[in-house]
Design a protein around this ligand. Structure first.
Ligand code: NAD
Ligand code: MG
Length: 299
């Protein structure tokens, strides 16, 4: 079951079914269209109301999961949207682009491996060129590979996770600032892991704590320029990240049991947080983290 409309009055605990995923594996990056069940991006439920009219937005990892739900919501709120993704994710990107077009907005997908600084700079330049500027940057792409023992966590993986989750955030933000003016909004994606690290996600959880800290410092630095920086910190959400070694088999089988609601979240449930932080209605909010995690309490 999923809601017919995002504004329906429902019990949030039972608003979406438990996912109860069958065990499944894909190589990284996972393709959402091949998941069972396919995550809910709010295709049938998200109704816009003009909150981002005329905005120009870049969303990394906008092909699938949380970034894709956000891209669809942004378009339905009136924004033109560039989504960035890795090679091999074209099928998911096409789905999102078709929904952006259905919303009557302009959309484009750019392939870039953001673990390289030069590709981050190219991505931002191409996005700003297509959009005719940039008002909203959503740093959402992320890498998560579960490894049980620190001895088995390779130096290469540790570095790659930091390059993708933290360094890229820095490179893309720095390049985007050439285009972001007063009223612009940067929304970064942390995680419940930033506060409650899972023992088999040392590298990943540390990057998420770093994103929280980086975002707060940057919010202070950019306030005088009229640019806001905030964070969305999701809890367990059913996305392609999980099926491409993001969690162990055992955790996948119990994916619904990790939070207070006793059900995993759907990407559709995250998008409104990004809309709020991107839009002018959160003008007095900067340096904040919005936790969207099925009722988990964070410090
Ligand atoms: P997802 O797999 O659907 O999206 C992640 C995207 O990151 C991919 O689509 C891919 O395009 C992009 N990506 C990864 N490495 C990249 C690289 N080197 N270059 C360019 N793009 C790259 O999964 P998702 O869960 O929607 O993830 C979105 C964000 O949400 C991530 O930052 C993730 O850490 C965060 N998050 C997810 C959960 C969850 O339970 N799903 C919980 C907390 C935080
Ligand atoms: Mg993807």
């Amino acid at each position: 079951m999923s809601p017919r409309d995002q504004y329906d009055l429902t019990n949030p605990v039972t608003q979406y079914d438990r996912v109860e995923p069958p065990l499944q594996h894909q190589p990284e990056p996972g393709v959402q269209a091949r998941m069972t069940p396919v995550p809910d991006l709010g295709e049938a439920s998200y109704r816009g109301s003009g909150r981002l009219t005329g905005r120009k937005a870049l969303i990394t990892g906008g092909d699938s999961g949380i970034g894709a739900a956000t891209a669809i919501a942004f378009a339905r709120e009136g924004a033109d949207v560039v989504i960035a993704h890795l090679p091999g994710e074209e099928e998911d990107a096409e789905h999102v682009l078709s929904l952006i077009a259905d919303a009557g907005r302009r959309g484009k997908a750019i392939v870039a491996d953001i673990s390289h600084a030069d590709q981050c700079r190219r991505l931002v330049a191409e996005a700003a060129d297509f959009l005719g500027g940039l008002d909203v940057l959503v740093n959402n792409a992320g890498k998560q590979i579960a490894v049980d023992r620190v001895e088995d966590l390779s130096d290469e993986q540790f570095e790659e996770t930091f390059r993708t989750n933290v360094f890229a955030n820095f490179w893309i933000t720095k390049a985007a600032l050439e285009h972001l003016g007063e009223g612009a909004s940067i929304v970064n994606t942390a995680s419940l892991e930033a506060y409650k690290p899972s023992p088999d996600r040392l590298d990943y959880a540390a990057t998420k704590a770093a994103i929280n800290n980086l975002s707060k410092g940057l919010a202070l630095q950019l306030a005088s320029r009229g640019i806001r920086v905030n964070v969305v910190a999701p809890g367990p959400v059913w996305t392609a990240l999980q099926v491409s070694d993001g969690v162990s088999d055992e955790q996948m089988e119990h994916f619904d049991d990790e939070n207070t609601y006793q059900r995993a979240g759907q990407p559709a449930e995250l998008a409104p947080a990004y809309v709020y932080l991107a839009s002018a209605e959160s003008g007095y909010v900067s340096g904040a983290a919005l936790n969207v995690n099925g009722g988990m309490v964070t410090p």
